[in-house]
Design a protein around this ligand. Structure first.
Ligand SMILES: C[S@@+](CC[C@H](N)C(=O)[O-])C[C@H]1O[C@@H](n2cnc3c(N)ncnc32)[C@H](O)[C@@H]1O
Length: 329
C-alpha cells in the first residue's frame, strides 16, 4: 500500500500539477482550455497531464480530435486526489486566479451554446429530427414511460417543450426548465397551441434546479447532456429532484465521430457510451432498467431508463407540502 501511493504523491508534488488537479475537479477540460487558463505552453501542460494520468489522479478520454481530462473517479489515484483536493486552500492567489479564469472559459462556452439556441429556437423542432426519426424515439419513450402515468414530470432542458407535450396525457402536471428564454418562448407557444394547460415552463439552470429534493415522479433529459461540460454533474442534479421509486429517461446520442457538430451545432460531447452512463447511474443510485439504441441514417440515439429505489434514508426526504409550495411558486 505504501509503495502503491508513491506514484500519485510524486506526480502531485509540483505546483502546476496541483492546480491542474483542482481545475479538473471542477469540469472536464481539454488541453487547450487548460493552456488558456494556466497561461503555459501546450507541450508543458500536456506533459503535466500525462504524468497525472499515468499516476491515476486524472482520467483522460479522447473524443474525435479532442481529449478531455477529469478527476479520477475510481482507484487509489481517485482517493489520493480526493484527499488532496480537500487540503487545497480556495483563497490561495493562484487557485483564485484559476477559478476566475475557469469561470470565464465556461461562460464563453455557455454563451456560444446560448447564441446557438437563440438563433435556432424557432427552427429547433426541424433541426432535432434532422439526424434521427423523432417518431421512433418518441414511440420508444412512450413505451418506457409508466403506462398508468405519474403525478408530475420535470423535463430538463425542455427547449420547445416537446417532452411535456408528448407525455401530457399521462401526467397531472408537467414542468419544463431551460436556460434559453428564446426556447422558452417557443415552448410556451407550443404548449398553448396544443391546449396543454397543466404544463408550464420556467427559466433556470439545470446545474441548480430550483426545486427541493425528491420533487418529481419522472424526469426527462432529452438531447441536452451533449451540450454540457459536466454531464455527470447535470445528471446528479436531475436525480436529486427525483422521488424514490421515480423514473428517469435520458436520451442522447451514442458515441459518434461527427466532429463538425462541435462547431456547427455547439455540441461539446460526441455522444455517450454505455459505460460512461453506467458510472453516472451507479454514482447517483439509479438502477438501470433498460437501454434502447435507435440507429438513424448517420447517428444512433440511445435511451437509458432508470429508477430510483423506493427506499431512501428518511433524513433526505423533504415533506410533500414543502415540495408543493415550491412547485406552485
Ligand atoms: C438540444 S436542445 C434540446 C431541447 C429539447 N429537450 C428537445 O429535445 O427538443 C438543448 C436545450 O438545453 C438547454 N440548455 C442548455 N444548457 C442549459 C442549462 N445549463 N440549463 C438549462 N437548460 C439548458 C438549451 O437552451 C436547449 O433548449
Amino acid at each position: 500500500m505504501v509503495q502503491a501511493l508513491l506514484p500519485a504523491l510524486r506526480a502531485i508534488a509540483e505546483p502546476t500539477r496541483l492546480r491542474i488537479l483542482w481545475l479538473c475537479a471542477h469540469g472536464e477540460l481539454s488541453v487547450s482550455e487548460l493552456v488558456q487558463i494556466l497561461g503555459q505552453s501546450q507541450p508543458r501542460i500536456s506533459r503535466h497531464l500525462k504524468l497525472l494520468s499515468e499516476a491515476g489522479l486524472l482520467e483522460r478520454f479522447r473524443e474525435g480530435s479532442w481529449v478531455f481530462h477529469r478527476i479520477a473517479r475510481e482507484g487509489l489515484g481517485a482517493d489520493v486526489a480526493g484527499q488532496l483536493l480537500g487540503l487545497i486552500d480556495e483563497g490561495d492567489p493562484d487557485i483564485e486566479m484559476d477559478t476566475t479564469r475557469l469561470a470565464a472559459v465556461k461562460s464563453e462556452r455557455a454563451k456560444s451554446a446560448a447564441d446557438y439556441f437563440r438563433r435556432n429556437a424557432a427552427d429547433w423542432d426541424r433541426i432535432r429530427s434532422m439526424h434521427v426519426d423523432d417518431q421512433d424515439v418518441e414511440a420508444a419513450l412512450c413505451a418506457l414511460f409508466p403506462p398508468d402515468g405519474v403525478n408530475n414530470l420535470l423535463d430538463i432542458g425542455t427547449g420547445t417543450g416537446r417532452m411535456l407535450e408528448l407525455f401530457a396525457d399521462r401526467i397531472e402536471s408537467g414542468h419544463g426548465i431551460d436556460l434559453s428564454r428564446d426556447m422558452l418562448a417557443v415552448a410556451r407557444a407550443n404548449l398553448e397551441n396544443a391546449g396543454v394547460q397543466h404544463c408550464s415552463v420556467r427559466h433556470g439552470d439545470l446545474y441548480q434546479l430550483p426545486y427541493p429534493p425528491h420533487s418529481f415522479d419522472a424526469v426527462t433529459i432529452h438531447q441536452v447532456l451533449h451540450f454540457m461540460d459536466e454531464p455527470g454533474r447535470a445528471l446528479a442534479e436531475a436525480v436529486r429532484v427525483l422521488r424514490p421509486g421515480g423514473i428517469l429517461l435520458l436520451v442522447d446520442f451514442a458515441p459518434h465521430d461527427r466532429e463538425e457538430f462541435r462547431t456547427e451545432y455547439s455540441h461539446r460531447r460526441l455522444g455517450f457510451s454505455e459505460s460512461e452512463v453506467a458510472i453516472w447511474f451507479e454514482a447517483t443510485g439509479l438502477k438501470l432498467q433498460e437501454t434502447r439504441h435507435l440507429p438513424g441514417a448517420s447517428l444512433t440515439v440511445s435511451i437509458w431508463c432508470g429508477n430510483l429505489p423506493k427506499e431512501i434514508p428518511a433524513d433526505t426526504q423533504s415533506s410533500a407540502d414543502d415540495n408543493k409550495r415550491l412547485l406552485d411558486a
